[in-house]
Write a protein of this length. Sequence first.
Length: 596
Amino acid sequence: MDVGVGRITKVSGPLVVADNMDDARMYDMVRVSDARLLGEIIELHGDRASIQVYEETGGLGPGEPVYTTGDPLSVELGPGLIEAIFDGVQRPLDSIREQVGDYITRGVEVPPLDLEKKWDFVPKVEEGHQVEPGDIIGTVQETTLVEHRIMIPPDCAAGKIKEIKSGEHTIEDVIARVETESGTVDVKMKQRWPIRRGRPYKEKMGPHLPMITGQRIIDTFFPVAKGGTACIPGPFGSGKTVTQHQLAKWADAEIVVYIGCGERGNEMTDVLLEFPELKDPKSGEPLMKRTVLIANTSNMPVAAREASIYTGITIAEYFRDMGYSVALMADSTSRWAEALREMSGRLEEMPGEEGYPAYLGSRLADFYERSGRTVCLSSDEREGALTVVGAVSPPGGDLSEPVSQATLRIVKVFWGLDASLAYRRHFPAINWLLSYSLYLDNVASYFRDTVGEQWNDMRREAMRLLQEESELEEIVRLVGVDALSARERLTLETAKSLREDFLHQNAMHDVDTYSSLKKQFTMIDLILTFHHQALALIEKEEIDLDLEKLFSLPVRERVARARYVPEDELKELDGIKTEIKEQISSLTGEGGDEDA
């Protein structure tokens, strides 16, 4: 409901300045002009307000009215979020298309969630039950994959259930009444929450469980913990978007929130076309049945990019509070930072490095710090997790630019994409010499207990071989491979196998697109078994060994093709280890070195 009326005094692109805004507060939502364009107050001087308008401002002029609503920019949370496609300020794109066609009309007002649809509400508590903020009072089966848990709002006081209704209701119907000390509170399936304020929780816990992604270079070498933060910086064409698509498809998160923030429209089109066709690996249902999409592409209003990541993370926090593990993909935070820079310039603020505002780092930190594995706000002590993965698109791949550097100071995992790897068609093009994960020690015990005692030792040895390869390549470029010892040539060969047979992964291949932890362990074990057996043979000084013959043993081809063995046929790989020992020992006519 409109509260007061101001008057426009200045229009500068997406920035509108209005006077007579005495009743306004920072971050209040406003409607600009009689076209009712959506905006948000981002600066106040007396009764003068600077407004960030989330729609095209062409044709606006001084003297036109500004209506204040008295409410902060908020999102609606309730059944209907899953499978929905919103723009940066939670306008449902499907509903808008039905109403006004393919192009969003200025000032169009469509409720974010369907107000007419009836949902089957199943109560989980009875009348007289004591409830606290965050308690689950009932459920709605939103999709075949997601049970939507209806919670007492966080800002509601504790009390007793006075009345609760089962059956079919719209999200605006009162489904329960809570008797509190200050009176009776009506509870609906729909909640509203300001996007710039993190939802509360009881406690934030340490990140000790990995988020399994099925991507070998990530899970084995640079894992991200559930509730952790990661960034994927890289130049144009190095595979940021495809890597995020892979994470959205295969990460073991129950809910996926994908934010297309300022990226090209055809990339979001790929997501919209792919996700309904993709099958969830656990259930066989379409992946969209556990996905929320926020699409604010490069041809949409630039200011709405700034709101889009807050819209997305608020929706993600809502599902986290239900006790779900949520993965949020932001593609890309560089485009969001560009929107900040544009608004900062129009506000005539003192620019920081490369024109970005001085508060860039703190805004980024505010966003990433809303991640975490938490004890939810409730009496049942349930746990939820929100993992945030942000893509960064530095101009020219320059990681020294401000957005990349500010992001690296905040996140704990850095998957650095390398254009030279991408040009060689090595995907994912994550540079194993530049990337790092600060969660390795946190999740080491999980891998050791779940996969095998040798997991962490094998990971360290494989990384050591890849680093040695980098050093040896410098020597090879100077004096040639013949100058290396047999042991050094074996290191090059093993590292090549690690790169081409293990780290390289084909996202478009039905089998290779996803590798379970068991398969990753088996593959790296086969490569290192060959290395150990061959090294034991090389160190037998009395043997005149033909290295070319060693490196071209038939079993090498079987090791290379292990990546294409389906998950349900992994037992086929068990015999390869024996073959490796037998074929290497056949070069000497002796038995295999079982202790190697």
